[in-house]
Design a protein around this ligand. Structure first.
Ligand SMILES: [Zn+2]
Length: 72
């Protein structure tokens, strides 16, 4: 994922992974937004959201199983 991008300040081709431009020192990644849809498991907010989603899905599955078994 080491794409080359142009420094917005000096125009030099630098790695998109670089925190700052090695030529002029302009901060690069500090201005870049995170990719949409990427889930960072180290982010506690996203982690809690994933855990809650799994619990809700498991709850729905349990309700379906309970409803299916109660018909017999
Ligand atoms: Zn630069």
């Amino acid at each position: 994922m080491a794409n080359l991008i142009s420094c917005p300040t000096c125009g030099k081709q630098i790695s998109s992974n670089a925190i700052s431009c090695p030529n002029c020192g302009e901060l690069i990644n500090a201005k870049m937004s995170k990719p949409a849809g990427a889930i960072n498991m180290k982010d506690p907010v996203h982690f809690v959201g994933v855990v809650i989603s799994v619990l809700v899905i498991l709850g729905v599955i349990a309700m379906f199983i309970a409803a299916a078994t109660s018909n017999y």
